[in-house]
Design a binder for this molecule. Structure first.
Ligand SMILES: Cc1cc2nc3c(=O)[nH]c(=O)nc-3n(C[C@H](O)[C@H](O)[C@H](O)COP(=O)(O)OP(=O)(O)OC[C@H]3O[C@@H](n4cnc5c(N)ncnc54)[C@H](O)[C@@H]3O)c2cc1C
Length: 390
């Protein structure tokens, strides 16, 4: 692939190069072993932390690098484009916005410098529940005020990286739905210190999934969370989580662009060297065209990711662009994954080519963090003004 046309001209070339250099120490064998054992990429996450990449969005006054969303997106994209997987640590980037935008100065002082130094990990994001699913407002986990703390009861599902995180951003109901002042009111965001909570009302159970994602179920039974763990105002949590979700969508979209680039690069190389019927398979238009189509899809999605990131960092409303970026990029990476398997024929299924692993990994992103249908609903309702469908 012609890299200069893809990314090098975005003045983030030095950051991109350093991420690539770091990733070179974590080749396919490393990820294959972890995938087989469903093990956490501890060494990789530590290396990213030491290099300061996971503190990219933390302001300099709190010990981070104070970079933009565009830079953070470039970091996540390069990780995926190198064949690595940022899923073990991407939450620290996208949960950061909630703490930065809505957390108190005391909370920022208490946590951000330690996160930037790599002493604390903020990698767990507890929103989804088994019964509510995408209907976040129907979540059932409650937090009831009791003196200077809250008692939390309930359950989350798909809380990824909970076993490898010190802190969790938790969304719980503090006012019963029927008593809330507005449709979206009554939910509160807490910063939960899981080091103190585990074994004292917090239980974590891993869920084995089709790819290595360190995801879990989390149970709360009279877990006591200090009131100073509330982020922003009680009852306003849904609004904070929604604004944080834009960051999540942009960063995951960037990861999908990286995945798409990896699949396209692999397929192009293979199509050029694999000789069948006396000529490279890439000489056949039936093989070339799907690769070209995947490339076009990736480039178009990449533009939307950049637009969404630029709006986000300008403090402008980017709900539509973040959703569209995530949708286009997830579709582009999935199309590229499918094309890459097809281009490789039987070898696309062989573990040592890494394609089947990346194929499983990238499949997630048309479902999570938000599924395709829900993005379409958002655009239909909020951009096109069509009637609310749910
Ligand atoms: C590996 C993995 C990691 C995850 N990590 C996290 C995490 O760290 N933290 C967290 O909070 N969550 C996490 N999630 C949860 C993820 O965000 C949800 O799975 C996703 O939002 C979809 O929700 P659901 O699974 O409950 O699907 P459901 O809400 O049950 O939906 C199922 C299907 O029905 C469709 N659907 C539902 N309602 C409608 C409607 N009104 N109109 C049209 N279609 C509809 C959906 O699009 C979807 O395809 C993770 C999930 C997975 C699989």
């Amino acid at each position: 692939m012609n890299a200069s046309k893809d990314s090098a001209h975005d003045d983030l070339a030095p950051i991109r190069e350093s991420v690539r250099a770091l990733c070179a120490d974590f080749p396919g064998e490393y990820w294959r072993r972890l995938d087989r054992e469903r093990a956490y990429p501890e060494e990789f996450v530590t290396a990213l932390t030491k290099a300061g990449f996971l503190a990219a969005l933390i302001p300099e006054e709190y010990g981070g690098s104070g970079l933009t969303m565009t830079a953070a997106a470039a970091i996540m994209e390069e990780i995926q484009a190198a064949g690595c997987n940022g899923a073990g640590c991407h939450a620290q980037m996208y949960t950061m916005g909630t703490l930065l935008r809505h957390g108190s100065v005391e909370q920022k002082k208490r946590y951000l410098p330690a996160i930037a130094r790599g002493e604390l990990r903020l990698q767990a994001f507890g929103v989804t529940e088994p019964t509510s699913g995408t209907d976040t407002l129907a979540l059932r986990t409650t937090a009831v005020r009791d003196g200077d703390s809250y008692l939390v009861n309930g359950q989350k599902i798909w809380t990824s990286r909970a076993e490898h995180s010190d802190l969790m951003l938790l969304l719980a109901r503090t006012t019963p739905r029927e008593q809330a002042k507005s449709r979206t009111g009554g939910l509160t965001v807490f910063l939960v210190d899981m080091r103190q909570a585990r074994g004292h009302g917090l239980t974590i159970q891993p869920i084995r999934t089709m790819m290595n994602h360190a995801t879990t179920e989390v149970f709360f039974e009279n877990l006591r969370v200090p009131a100073d763990g509330v982020i922003g105002q009680e009852g306003e949590g849904f609004r904070y989580i929604l604004s944080g979700m834009n960051a999540e969508r942009i960063l995951i979209a960037a990861e999908c662009i990286g995945d798409a680039k990896w699949f396209i690069g692999k397929a192009t190389a293979y199509a050029g060297e694999r000789v069948v019927f006396g000529r490279p398979i890439g000489q056949n238009q039936g093989v070339q065209f799907p690769i070209a189509r995947a490339y076009i899809g990736m480039r178009a999605a990449e533009l939307m990711v950049r637009e969404a990131a630029a709006l986000y960092e300008a403090g402008r409303d980017c709900g539509a662009e973040a959703n569209m970026a995530k949708h286009l990029a997830a579709e582009a990476s999935w199309a590229a994954a499918d094309m890459c398997v097809q281009t490789h024929g039987g070898f696309g299924f062989a573990e040592e080519f890494d394609i089947e692993r990346k194929f499983r990994e990238t499949r997630l992103y048309t479902v999570a963090p938000i599924s395709t249908n829900l993005v379409l609903s958002y655009i239909a309702e909020h951009v096109l003004g069509l009637p609310r469908s749910y």
